[in-house]
Design a protein around this ligand. Structure first.
Ligand SMILES: [Zn+2]
Length: 395
């Protein structure tokens, strides 16, 4: 058992810090872990089930940044990109996010729900037990609410625990002549409805020259904060500005950070904002990874998420992506596992999961190996063979 308990919330961690329990046991009551320790010590804790096959157990994975509620495919954009067009060129010529917006707006609610559930079926098989899901392909009050309602239905219908985020400020809606008008419309007409229906308590915005400038984002986030929303920001993907704003607003997380330099990293390191890196977007765009090693060495809390979306990160395989960024950025086993468990949970403001410890939600996975190092060594090809969510075995 790799418990991941007792680890620091921020900064670098060496594998020697890992707590490993040989022949471990875990006791679960009402969906919560009550004891973790050597199996032999737990004999008085009621009926115990013993696995005869050796395995390594870890906490369930937390994917802290996805856009997996969407309709359509962007294989055409991808083909253009691998033929040499840039993300921003594709967006400017009407492809990119607007193509997915069109298809998601037209998609009936039931079909959008089916698409979302199918992706969650795959995600859970790959060990993800908690998953953040953003809206952001509606870009109108009606379609954003449709997406958030679908995410809520998916949460109710699926064992994976979903954390919804309003990303209506993904790119400006084309119906508005100025991005500022669109953001005003969102804060006056959409955010209050989200509160009324309790659809989300998190607001995200894409801070980038092709989306919203830091100045415009600042006004919008101020409104969101006054309404009580937690903040997350798509920050420093191509140009810097978003991470400083994230720190200013005490955001839960600043996500992407591929363009972050020393100044941005120092500011993040001094804050309580989690730095969430998204290797799937770098792989999908064929660009460099975010400076995860430097972020850790400077003292940041680094989470790793899949960014599963139809455009820049269509793969959606969290463990595979985490193992690749660990190879390129030189992250230890424990830094990588922490990035998809407890540190990812922290990025979502969740402190009840991400470790095998008493009081934690009973979400855990096993891999059919005897040495935990096999998991990253096999670079995502080794999948979990058993998964529990809230103490219930789901596969
Ligand atoms: Zn994203």
């Amino acid at each position: 058992m790799i418990t991941l308990r007792g680890l620091p919330a921020k900064g670098p961690i060496g594998d020697e810090a890992l707590e490993i329990i040989d022949e471990g046991g875990i006791v679960v009551r009402d969906g919560v872990i009550t004891h973790v320790g050597p199996f032999g010590d737990l004999k008085n804790e009621g009926k115990l089930h013993e696995f005869d096959q050796p395995c390594v157990m870890l906490p369930g994975f937390v994917d802290a940044h996805t856009h997996l509620c969407f309709a359509g495919s962007r294989a055409n954009d991808y083909s253009r990109r691998i033929s040499g067009s840039s993300y921003e060129e594709i967006l400017a010529s009407g492809g990119g996010i607007y193509d997915t917006v069109e298809k998601t707006r037209q998609c009936p609610e039931k079909e959008l729900l089916d698409l979302t559930l199918r992706r969650l079926d795959r995600h859970v098989q790959e060990g993800v037990t908690t998953c953040e899901v953003k809206s952001g392909y509606g870009l109108s009050v009606e379609s954003e609410l449709k997406m958030l309602r679908v995410i809520r239905q998916a949460d109710q219908a699926h064992p994976v625990s979903l954390i919804p985020t309003c990303l209506a400020a993904h790119v400006p809606a084309k119906e508005f002549s100025h991005p500022a008008q669109y953001l005003k419309h969102l804060s006056s007409s959409l955010l209050p409805k989200i509160i009324d229906e309790s659809l989300a308590n998190r607001v995200d915005i894409f801070v980038e020259s092709s989306a919203f400038t830091p100045a415009l984002a600042s006004d919008y986030l101020e409104q969101a904060r006054l309404m009580g929303f937690d903040i997350a920001i798509h920050a420093d993907q191509f140009t810097c500005g978003g991470s400083a704003l994230a720190v200013k607003f005490n955001a839960r997380s600043a996500d992407h950070l591929e363009a972050s330099g020393d100044t941005e990293i120092q500011v993040l390191a001094k804050s309580e904002t989690t730095a969430t890196v998204l290797p799937g977007a770098s792989i999908g765009l064929g660009l460099d990874f975010a400076p995860a090693r430097k972020l850790l060495d400077c003292g940041c809390c680094v989470a790793i998420a899949s960014d599963w979306n139809p455009g820049s990160a269509p793969m959606g395989d969290l463990l595979l992506q985490a193992s690749l960024i660990s190879a390129y950025e030189k992250l230890s086993n424990v830094e990588t596992f922490a990035g998809i468990t407890l540190r990812a949970a922290r990025a979502l403001g969740l402190y009840d999961r991400g470790q095998l410890a008493a009081g934690m939600k009973a979400d855990f996975v096993t891999f059919p190996v005897t040495d935990f190092r096999e998991i990253l060594y096999q670079q995502g090809k080794l999948k979990p063979n058993r998964i529990w969510i809230g103490g219930k075995q789901v596969t």
